[in-house]
Design a protein around this ligand. Sequence first.
Ligand code: F6R
Length: 252
Amino acid sequence: MIVHVTDTGNDMAYRAAEMVKDRLVKYPDMTLGLATGGTMIGLYRYLVQMYERDIISFKSVVTFNLDEYVGIEASHPASFHRFMYEHLFKRIDILPQNVHIPDGMANDIQAECKSYDYAIKEHGGIDLQILGIGLNGHIGFNEPGTPFGTTTHVVDLAETTRAANARFFGSVEDVPKQAVTMGIKNIMQSRSIILMASGKAKADIVAKALTGPITPRVPASVLQLHPQLTVILDRQAAASMPKDYFDCSFVA
Ligand code: F6R
């Protein structure tokens, strides 16, 4: 694991964008795993800027998003389909057929999970997966208690997750109770991972996930076992990391 600590959340986003750019320039037809949420907004803004300046192109890139709510239309203002479209896809040259986001409106949701796993496999797996982390340690929507062997599946969202995401819906009552998410096994099978976190609210869970016991109670703790994990934190999110930790793994 390599941990980068930046001054601000904006610097965190820029650092992540630079890493994605370097990879895209080298492997223009890569398969990219994407996340949604507040942490990703700056990253996508920088990627759009790089695209507009002709530094990168998404013409041959295939994407797989981590998750989507069950029971809301793609056009719903708070759906992850809509988030991706507004923040990234409508601003770049990605081909619509290369974009994959779980369908939370599928009639047969179990079949949808299976076909999502199949599509990932068919594209040769994910080269680089971008992750945020929930306040309870979730990655994707794999909430605490999710076995590490899971593939794409339906989850009951934790109340803390619904409360945290109420800001996108207006009220917590409007946040769906379930979501479809790639499983921890899918995430761990990615060839490389960038985990991003910013802000002091994430400090304790980041320290727990990266330096505490590896347990399904803290889903992100499994990432300690990934051979190609890069973590990008701003100073606030890094504040609870043990002081001696950076002696061996800190990269400024
Ligand atoms: C969303 C996702 C989630 C978020 C996490 C952090 O696709 O996979 O795991 O990354 O909930 O969300 P923010 O960035 O809003 O704090």
